[in-house]
Design a protein around this ligand. Structure first.
Ligand SMILES: NC(=O)c1ccc[n+]([C@@H]2O[C@H](COP(=O)([O-])OP(=O)(O)OC[C@H]3O[C@@H](n4cnc5c(N)ncnc54)[C@H](O)[C@@H]3O)[C@@H](O)[C@H]2O)c1
Length: 384
């Protein structure tokens, strides 16, 4: 890097990537957004700040590299392009912050990890919760043995998603897109964060997440227009046969359902709520504790950390190792059958300029399953 202000190329700016454009336009993060790559020819009409700041747009990374280069690539393109783009950027000597999920096979993830090592560059992943300093403080305590071994964990988290969400691109809700695997589902994508956070919290070192050894899955399709599952009730096993129960869904009435979680350890129970998780714990002797005093960092801490790492060379906390178990879990889950929800349980509702399929009482049903550490079928609940 020629000076201490990294030049950034942002790939995929029209969806979640817009947040990166607007974030960097609002404040000086000590880096320059040098260029954007996006296939949308109307991108600058939709995001005025791109013209205001004269940020060049290239239709592909290849076109960008033919004219220019950068120090850091931020990839916010769809998952099925991540591997090729990461490898191309590393080959050009860039550091990379890639949005989650990194990819859909552990082999590809390992290839990218090796390529980053060979290039002497970092590859960090956009799971923003992992960059929170309160989450890292909790992880440090878990690793130091303050709570003993984990015994069992249950979390539920869902986002309501309607026709507009699925219509915004050609891959939402799909198993494959133009012959490439995408496995898009609430577990793979929109509600991946909290499951990934659990594996990260229970990882054997600060930078790693814990391995998944197996899964029992009930997968359902509530919205008949969706190819993949949009409701999942999952019981994972990790080392020591500790179960992680995870419930997630899109065809729900509640705009943002949870997350609500309970983590039972040998010497403490920790409950948490909120997308930006707030933890409350109680030790076995009744002593309460929390992490409220730890400033979590900014909402875009992952970007701040990637810019800092580009200058210092010290890799950010969430790299390939932190994503591998979720990538493995996505594939294990996807091998299970998908059952359509019984039509009498599904309502169709037009609301707020959108069109939804809601599964009646789904939030209550799955929250009840979480309280019983059970999958719906084990409680005799027939969703399909
Ligand atoms: N961390 C988070 O909270 C969070 C939130 C939303 C999305 N994401 C992740 O961001 C990524 C993108 O998701 P999205 O919902 O914004 O997708 P999207 O399909 O809504 O938008 C993708 C953008 O990339 C562009 N694009 C598509 N193919 C491209 C290509 N080959 N080259 C360059 N640009 C291309 C599109 O034109 C569009 O502007 C996914 O990996 C997703 O999981 C992360």
């Amino acid at each position: 890097m020629s000076n201490q202000r990294p030049r950034i190329v942002l790939v995929g700016a029209g969806g979640y990537g817009r947040l990166y454009v607007e974030t960097m336009a609002q404040r000086d993060y000590g880096a320059d957004l040098a260029a954007i790559c996006d296939i949308d020819p109307h991108l600058a009409d939709r995001i005025p700040v791109i013209r205001e700041q004269s940020i060049p747009i290239y239709p592909s990374l290849e076109a960008f590299f033919a004219n220019d280069t950068a120090d850091l690539a931020v990839l916010v393109s769809p998952v099925h392009f991540h591997t090729d783009m990461v490898l191309l950027c590393l080959a050009h000597g860039l550091n990379v912050l890639c949005e989650k999920p990194l990819c859909l096979t552990t082999q590809e993830a390992e290839t990218m990890r090796t390529a980053a090592q060979k290039a002497g560059r970092f590859l960090s992943i956009g799971y923003q919760i992992d960059y929170r300093r309160d989450v890292l403080a909790l992880k440090q305590d878990i690793l130091a043995g303050r709570f003993g071994a984990p015994k069992r964990i249950a979390v539920y988290h869902g986002f309501r998603r309607g026709a507009n969400y699925y219509a915004r691109n050609d891959w939402a809700g799909h198993i494959t897109c133009h012959g490439r695997e995408v496995f898009d589902s609430p577990f793979t994508n929109a509600c991946a964060h909290h499951f990934q956070m659990l594996t990260f919290l229970l990882g054997p070192t600060m930078r790693t997440a814990c391995d998944i050894t197996g899964v029992q899955a009930e997968l359902y399709r509530g919205n008949p227009n969706v190819e993949n599952y949009d409701v999942a009730a999952l019981r994972f096993k990790i080392a020591g046969d500790t179960p992680i129960l995870y419930y997630t869904a899109h065809p729900i009435r509640t705009e943002c359902w949870g997350p609500v979680g309970v983590m039972e350890f040998e010497k403490a129970t920790i409950t948490y709520t909120g997308e930006k998780p707030v933890f409350h714990g109680v030790m076995a002797d009744g002593t309460p504790f929390d992490y409220d005093a730890v400033a979590p960092g900014g909402d875009m801490q992952k970007l701040v950390d990637a810019i800092t790492a580009t200058v210092t060379g010290e890799p950010p906390i969430c790299g390939v190792e932190a994503d591998l178990p979720h990538i493995h879990a996505v594939r294990l889950v996807q091998q299970n059958p998908i059952t359509p929800i019984r039509p009498e349980l599904v309502e169709q509702v037009e609301q707020d300029g959108d069109y939804f399929y809601f599964v009646k009482n789904l939030e209550e049903t799955l929250a009840d399953c979480a309280r019983h550490w059970a999958l719906p079928g084990e409680l005799g609940i027939k969703l399909g």
